[in-house]
Design a protein around this ligand. Structure first.
Ligand code: DHB
Length: 360
């Protein structure tokens, strides 16, 4: 395990916080789910809010599955701790990484010394800005779509004003109320992706949140903002996700817009497929799982790309949208919140399709 940043950066960086049912199960099976089960919160639904009204999507009733609210950096902490406890190598602040997918080989600098690792296979889990995808770019087709908006996210030291996540569609733009703990709220608003966080003093953020979440009889509680930032949104992927003996997983291979919190969950799904394929190959000499790695992952990747795009399109304001587009969004929201079939579609995608669903 080679990591560019230092350990503090990795465990303090605030990321998303929703784990799908399958991700929870995977972490438990891997023996890293104990703290998640103690400190995380299982949620059996979310609220869609528009026109001052809330509509609950009942995951448990619709598809018998749930999600876990547990910060991604908490998962990272648990994985680091486990890796150390197992006495397996985990190097931070690794620089100048070079990857050779044919041999395969990885060269890197750590503590001022150059090292070279010879391997049987390389898992390229080095994120959107990592070196692995670039190294095999000649063998990949890239697809990108930028969205004309971003999310301004805050972490606030205040008890969440809601028990379940609220996804709000408002004429001034999308807003999301999430949470991290009984004392910590995580909130987002749609903003211009090129906007500067300096333009958003705390009072302006709270004012915008109050407006977008407005519902008679409901109050948003304010507290000190301890973290804030603006993130652009894009859909991105490469096909295939492998070349020679280098296998891309997670953000190295794909980015989804954040609506629906799929990024980490999709990465875990990739890694699950890759771990099984590597085990079959290294223990039993069967390379068929590795050969079909990309094909198997991409079925889920495209499904999740669609779901994230769909949630994003239904809930955000687009620049220069016309009345037809607004009425279409409204028709979609009315359908999703009134039809059992439509809300089941949301529920089963949000909680995550079961592993292997595509082969059924
Ligand atoms: C969170 C992030 C998301 O993108 C989302 O859809 C739901 C929750 C979060 O950070 O808690």
């Amino acid at each position: 395990m080679l990591e560019l940043r230092d350990q503090d950066y990795v465990i303090q960086r605030v990321r998303a916080g929703v784990l799908e049912q399958g991700t929870m199960d995977t972490l438990r099976e891997a023996g890293v789910g104990a703290r998640m089960d103690r400190e995380g919160a299982v949620h059996e639904g979310i609220e869609l809010r528009y026109d001052g009204e809330g509509h609950r999507i009942d995951f448990a009733g619709l598809c018998g599955r749930a999600i876990m609210v547990y910060g991604q950096q908490e998962v990272v902490k648990d994985l680091i701790e486990r890796r150390r406890a197992d006495g397996l190598p985990l190097l931070f602040e690794v620089d100048d990484v070079e990857v050779d997918p044919d041999t395969p080989k990885v060269a890197f600098t750590h503590d001022g010394e150059r090292h070279e690792l010879t391997a049987k296979a390389i898992a390229g889990c080095d994120g959107f800005h990592g070196v692995c995808r670039d190294t095999i770019a000649h063998a990949l087709t890239e697809r990108t779509r930028e969205y004309p908006f971003g999310w301004l996210g805050i972490l606030a030291e205040v008890a969440p004003s809601t028990h379940e996540l609220i996804y709000a569609s408002h004429e001034r733009g999308f807003a999301l109320h999430s949470l991290r703990s009984p004392e910590l709220s995580r909130l987002y608003i749609q903003v211009d992706p090129h906007d500067d966080i300096e333009n958003w003093p705390d009072e302006r953020i709270w004012e915008e949140l109050h407006t977008r979440f407005e519902k008679p009889g409901w109050t948003l509680q304010e507290g000190p903002i301890v973290e804030k930032g603006i993130t652009p949104m894009r859909s991105f992927l490469v096909e295939p996700m492998q070349h020679e003996r280098l296998y891309l997983a997670g953000d190295a291979a794909h980015i989804v817009p954040p609506t629906g919190a799929k990024g980490l969950n999709l990465a875990v799904a990739d890694v699950r497929v890759l771990a099984q394929a590597l085990t079959d190959w290294l223990r039993g000499g069967d390379a068929s799982g590795l050969d079909s790695y990309s094909e198997k992952c991409l079925a889920r990747v495209w499904r999740v790309q669609h779901f994230s795009w769909w949630m994003t399109s239904m809930l955000h304001r687009f620049p220069e949208e016309d009345e037809i587009q607004q009425r279409l969004q409204r028709a979609e929201l009315d359908y999703v919140t009134s039809s059992r079939a439509a809300s089941t579609m949301l529920a089963e995608n949000y909680t995550g399709l079961p592993y292997g669903w595509e082969a059924a």
